[in-house]
Ligand binder design. Structure first.
Ligand code: SF4
Length: 748
C-alpha cells in the first residue's frame, strides 16, 4: 500500500504520545464525584478491584476497593495512575482517513462514511482475492464478549479463517502445555492457596514488576514460613527476597526441571499413589531424565550443582507447594517444553487439586485468560473448543444458526499472518487493540508488511504506532466506557462496569464491529443490543465445552466477587480450585479429576533443545527482554501517562559490571545492542542483578527505541509463541543518538 502517512514527528505532534499529568480541574475540594464505580484495573491480568471516581462524564480519580478479595484495595503504580488516561488529549474522538496533506497524515471523517469505506474495501478485496484475503488481529485486553464477537465476526461475517490475537505473544505456550498435561487451560488454583504453601517455586516471572499484587501473596507465604525458590537470569525484586535464587542461563529452563525431577526420582521424593492412580506416562518420562544428572544440568543451565540439589530437596520433601511461571519460561522456541517440564514437577509431587497445593501460569494482559477461551485464536471456537473437531464445530454452528461447513477451518498464528501478507496471500487487515509494530519480534519486517497491504483499518482509542500505517482509523472504546467480563489470572470471571460515555464519535468496539457487518449487508448474527446480549449467546456457545460459562451471569459475579469457571449451570457456584475430587468435569465424567476421558493427567517428556540462536564469536551475548513496573506491553496507554513516564522515561540496557568493564562502559553511557536483525542505541544501566553473559532491554517503546528490532521471530512449533527471551547479541559503546527521535512528545 503506502509508507507511513506523515513523518513520525508530524504524527506525534498531532496524535501523541503526549503526557497527561492531571484530569481537567481534577476533583476540587467540596466537589464530590457524581458517582463511584466498582470495576477493575485496565492493565494486567491480575485485574485488581478499583473504584473509579467520576465527575462530569470524566474519570477524575480512584479509591481502593477494599472488599474485592484478590487485592483488598492494593494497587501497583499503573493502577494508581490509570485514571489519567480518561480525559487524555490524545483520545481519538473521530474516525480518520489517511491524507498526507492533513496534519499528522490523517483527516477526520464522519463515522458512517468511514464505516462505508471499510466495508467497500473489504468487499473489493474479498471479491477480487477471496474471503481469506482479509485477516483480523484481535486483542487480549478486550472483554470476553468482544473477543467472542471478534471470533464470530471473522468466521461468520468475513468468512475468513484468518483471525488471531496478541495473546499469541503472551499465553499460548502455557495454554498448550496445560492442555497437553491437564486437558484444560487455566490456573489450577486460586491465589489464596499460595498462602499455605511450604515451598513457592517461581520460574521466569518478574512478579514484583509484572504482577505486583502476587508479590504480596508470596511474601505472606514467606511470613508463614514458606521457602521461596526463584529461577531467573536476572536477580529481580522478588528474587532479592527469596530463599534460594537459581540464576539460569536464558532458554535452559527445561534442563533445570529435568534435573530436579532426576533428583526427585533418585531420592524417591515422589507421590507414588498419586502417580499410579491419577497420571499416565511416568515411566517414559523417568527414563528420559536419567541423563539429567546434577553435573549435566549444571553445565547446561549455568547454575551450580549445590543450589540444584537444594532446590530439589526443598521441592521434593515439601508437603504443600505452589509452582508458578510466566513469560520467562514461555517466550521461547521451546516454550511448551519448558511448561511441560514445570508441570512434570508438580505431578510427580502429587501436590495439585487440594488446598495449598497448586500450579499456575501468571497471565499478562487484562483478559489474558478469558481472551484465549472463546474463539479469537486461529484454531479455536468458543468454550475452548477445537475448530478442527467436527463435534465442536457442530455445537457452535447450532448456536450461530449456520451449517457447520460454513465455519472456516483453522487459520494461522499472528506472525504467520504477516508472513502471508508479505507473500501477497493476505491483502487486507483489520486490527483492534493490537500494536504489532511495537510488540511483534523482528519488527522491521512488520513495518514492511504494513507498508504493502492493500488496506488496513485499525480500531483503537489512541493512535498507536501500527495505526500510523492505516488507511482508516476507527475510534474505539476505553475500558471504562463499556461493560463486560474478563477472566483474571486466577480463573475468576469478573465484571468491568461502565463509568463514562464514549466521547465524540468514539464507539464501543462491539458496536463498531457490528456497524461494519451491517455496512457489508451481513448483519445476521450481529444485531446485539448490549454486551449482556452477547454474553447470553456466549454462555450458550460455551455450554458443554471445557470453558463452560453457561452458569455465569453479571448478577452472580457481583454477588460472589467473581465466578471461577467452569460454571455449568445457574445453580453452580463456580470452580475456584480445579481437579478436586468430585468437581465438575464433562470430559472424564467421574473417571478422575483431570480433563481427559480416563480422568488422568499426562506426564510428557520435556525435550531440551538450545535456543534458536546460540551465541558465537560475532554475537557473544544473550539478549533477553521484558517489562518494567511503570509501563504495560506496547505502551500505547502508559507512555501517555505523565507520572508513569516520569518513573521510567526511556528504555535502557542492563549490563553486569564485569561486562561493562570489559566493554569500557559506565552507568549512563550510550551503547548499541545489535543482533542479526537490527540495532538499538540506548543508555546503559550497570547492575549486579544480571548474568555477565546476558543483557536486558525492556520492550515498551517504538521506533529507534524498540527492543523488538532486535528480537528473533523463531517460534515454538506447537504454541507459535516467539522467542522474545533469548537471542544472540553484541554490545558496543556508542555516541548519543539524535534527540529528534524522542517518543514522548511534549506535555500538555
Ligand atoms: S497489579 Fe495489574 S491489575 Fe493490579 S493495579 Fe497493577 S496493573 Fe492494575
Amino acid at each position: 500500500m503506502a509508507a507511513i502517512a506523515a513523518s513520525p514527528e508530524d504524527i506525534r505532534k498531532q496524535f501523541g504520545p503526549h503526557l497527561s499529568a492531571s484530569v481537567r480541574e481534577g476533583l476540587a475540594p467540596g466537589a464530590p464525584p457524581d458517582k463511584v464505580v466498582k470495576t477493575h484495573c485496565c492493565f494486567c491480568g491480575q485485574q485488581c478491584g478499583i473504584q473509579l471516581l467520576v465527575r462530569d462524564n470524566c474519570v477524575v480519580g480512584f479509591e481502593p476497593w477494599m472488599e474485592f478479595p484478590f487485592n483488598q484495595g492494593k494497587l501497583c503504580p499503573k493502577g494508581v495512575k490509570r485514571y489519567l488516561q480518561g480525559a487524555h488529549p490524545d483520545r481519538l474522538l473521530h474516525a480518520y482517513e489517511r491524507d498526507p496533506a492533513a496534519p499528522g497524515g490523517f483527516r477526520p471523517v464522519a463515522y458512517d462514511a468511514a464505516i462505508q469505506r471499510v466495508a467497500s474495501e473489504i468487499e473489493r478485496i474479498q471479491s477480487q482475492y477471496g474471503p481469506a484475503a482479509m485477516a483480523c488481529l484481535s486483542g487480549a485486553s478486550l472483554t470476553t464478549e468482544k473477543a467472542y464477537l471478534m471470533g464470530k465476526f471473522a468466521r461468520v461475517c468475513l468468512r475468513t479463517p484468518h483471525i488471531d490475537y496478541n495473546g499469541r505473544l503472551c499465553m499460548v505456550s502455557a495454554g498448550a502445555g496445560n492442555k497437553k498435561a491437564f486437558g484444560i487451560d487455566r490456573a489450577a488454583n486460586p491465589w489464596s492457596d499460595i498462602l499455605g504453601a511450604e515451598v513457592v517455586w517461581i520460574s521466569g516471572a518478574n512478579i514484583a514488576e509484572c504482577a505486583p499484587i502476587t508479590t504480596d501473596y508470596v511474601w505472606q507465604a514467606r511470613e508463614r514460613g514458606a521457602k521461596v525458590i526463584v529461577v531467573d537470569p536476572r536477580l529481580t525484586a522478588i528474587a532479592r527476597t527469596c530463599d534460594l535464587f537459581l540464576p539460569i542461563k536464558p532458554g535452559r529452563d527445561v534442563a533445570l526441571f529435568n534435573g530436579i525431577l532426576h533428583l526427585m526420582i533418585r531420592n524417591d521424593w515422589l507421590d507414588h499413589p498419586f502417580i499410579r492412580e491419577f497420571t499416565t506416562g511416568f515411566d517414559e518420562l523417568a527414563a528420559s531424565v536419567q541423563e539429567w544428572t546434577p553435573r549435566r544440568t549444571s553445565e547446561v543451565t549455568g547454575i551450580a550443582e549445590g543450589p540444584i540439589h537444594q532446590a530439589a530437596q526443598w521441592w521434593g520433601q515439601a508437603k504443600t507447594s505452589f509452582l508458578m511461571h510466566a513469560r520467562g519460561i514461555e517466550h521461547h522456541s521451546h516454550g511448551v517444553q519448558n511448561v511441560l517440564g514445570a508441570i512434570n514437577l508438580v505431578l510427580a509431587s502429587g501436590r495439585i487439586g487440594r488446598a495449598n497445593c497448586g500450579y499456575a501460569t501468571i497471565t499478562g494482559q487484562a483478559n489474558g485468560q478469558g481472551g484465549r477461551e472463546h474463539g479469537q485464536k486461529c484454531d479455536q471456537l468458543p468454550g475452548l473448543r477445537d475448530i478442527a473437531n467436527p463435534e465442536h464445530r457442530a455445537a457452535v454452528a447450532k448456536v450461530w444458526g449456520i451449517e457447520p461447513d460454513a465455519i472456516p477451518g483453522p487459520g494461522v498464528d499472528a506472525y504467520e499472518l504477516f508472513r502471508k501478507a508479505d507473500k501477497g496471500e493476505i491483502k487486507g487487515l483489520l486490527s483492534i487493540c493490537f500494536n504489532p509494530l511495537v510488540s511483534l519480534p523482528d519488527n522491521n519486517f512488520i513495518r514492511r508488511v504494513l507498508e504493502q497491504v492493500e488496506f488496513y483499518v485499525a480500531i483503537d482509542f489512541f493512535l498507536n504506532e501500527s495505526a500510523r500505517y492505516a488507511n482508516v482509523v476507527l475510534p474505539g472504546s476505553l475500558q471504562e466506557e463499556d461493560e463486560g467480563i474478563v477472566t483474571t489470572t486466577e480463573g475468576r470471571v469478573v465484571k468491568i462496569n461502565p463509568a463514562v460515555e464514549c466521547p465524540g464519535d468514539a464507539r464501543q468496539d462491539w458496536r463498531i464491529i457490528q456497524d461494519i457487518a451491517g455496512a457489508l449487508n451481513r448483519s445476521r448474527g450481529f444485531r446485539f443490543g448490549s454486551p449482556r446480549e452477547i454474553l447470553d449467546e456466549l454462555r450458550a456457545a460455551s455450554r458443554g465445552g471445557i470453558a463452560d460459562y453457561s452458569g455465569i451471569t453479571y448478577e452472580k459475579i457481583e454477588k460472589q466477587y467473581g465466578v471461577f469457571w467452569p460454571c455449568p449451570s445457574d445453580e453452580h457456584p463456580g470452580t475456584p480450585r480445579l481437579f478436586e475430587n468430585g468437581s465438575w468435569n464433562p470430559v472424564a465424567q467421574g473417571k478422575g479429576p483431570f480433563y481427559f476421558p480416563d480422568g488422568k493427567a499426562r506426564f510428557n517428556v520435556a525435550k531440551y533443545s538450545p535456543p534458536a540462536e546460540e551465541v558465537d564469536a560475532g554475537f557473544p551475548l544473550m539478549l533477553t527482554t521484558g517489562r518494567v513496573v511503570s509501563h504495560f506491553l506496547s505502551g500505547t496507554q502508559t507512555r501517555r501517562i505523565g507520572p508513569l513516564v516520569d518513573h521510567c522515561p526511556e528504555p535502557f540496557i542492563e549490563v553486569h559490571p564485569l561486562l561493562a568493564r570489559r566493554l569500557g562502559l559506565a552507568e549512563g553511557d550510550w551503547a548499541t545492542a545489535e543482533t542479526r536483525r537490527g540495532a538499538c542505541t540506548l543508555q546503559v544501566r550497570v547492575v549486579k542483578t544480571i548474568r555477565p553473559d546476558t543483557i536486558f532491554i525492556p520492550y515498551h517503546w517504538p521506533d529507534r527505541q524498540s527492543a523488538n528490532q532486535l528480537t528473533i521471530a523463531a517460534q515454538d512449533p506447537i504454541s507459535k509463541i516467539p522467542e522474545y527471551k533469548v537471542c544472540a547479541a553484541r554490545l558496543k559503546k556508542a555516541a548519543s543518538p539524535e534527540p529528534a527521535a524522542s517518543s514522548q512528545g511534549q506535555t500538555r
